[in-house]
Ligand binder design. Structure first.
Ligand SMILES: Cc1cc2nc3c(=O)[nH]c(=O)nc-3n(C[C@H](O)[C@H](O)[C@H](O)COP(=O)(O)OP(=O)(O)OC[C@H]3O[C@@H](n4cnc5c(N)ncnc54)[C@H](O)[C@@H]3O)c2cc1C
Length: 154
């Protein structure tokens, strides 16, 4: 099976649109890795994340905004010989994003970011948000410094 690096932006967007979750790698206050799963939205080359108002990830990201984010889709097991373990593998399409988290404070911008998240999962945009909810949610964006996309087996 061959790996191919994909540079066509429309194919990269397709992979991101097909992913259900991303894993955000962070660097904590002790310079140790901390990685968490997140739902996300993506629009116009910007990735959006959201979460509760408090917690380890918020402290970590406020102390060091650098992130490395991985997401993947089209997972498919294959094998050359069903009795040879090392002939088994998994096809996938994945995207790796490096950048910095920026916290969004403006409530209108928060609502728009949450709509991008909702669109990823529902294909809808007609959502309303109450001000207390918007104040209580942490919304972040990552403007990618680098995006890489890999097809393995495709
Ligand atoms: C598929 C998926 C999608 C998710 N989407 C989101 C999202 O969009 N937004 C969001 O805020 N969160 C999401 N989560 C949950 C997220 O990964 C974190 O668990 C959660 O945000 C709490 O993180 P924290 O740093 O605030 O943990 P804290 O509550 O501060 O952590 C408390 C303790 O639990 C440990 N811990 C934290 N998370 C996990 C975990 N997932 N499994 C095991 N131990 C853990 C910490 O190391 C710490 O010791 C998602 C998780 C999954 C698996």
């Amino acid at each position: 099976m061959k790996a191919r690096m994909i540079t066509d932006n429309s194919l990269i967007d397709e992979v991101i649109a097909a992913c259900e979750v991303c894993y955000v790698g962070m660097v904590d206050q002790n310079n140790m890795p901390y990685t968490l799963g997140f739902n996300f939205g993506y629009f116009d080359k910007v990735l959006y994340l959201h979460g509760g108002p408090k917690g380890t990830k918020i402290d970590v990201l406020r102390s060091n905004p650098n992130v490395c984010i991985i997401m993947s889709t089209a997972h498919q097991m294959y094998h050359q010989s069903e009795n040879v373990a090392c002939s088994f593998g998994m096809k996938y399409k994945s995207v790796l994003i490096r950048g910095k988290v920026e916290f969004i404070e403006d409530l209108e911008e928060k609502a728009l970011a949450l709509t991008h998240v909702m669109r990823q999962y529902t294909n809808r945009e007609d959502f309303r948000y109450g001000v207390p909810s918007l104040k209580n949610v942490t919304v972040m964006k990552v403007v990618p410094e680098k995006i890489e996309c890999k097809y393995f087996g495709y």
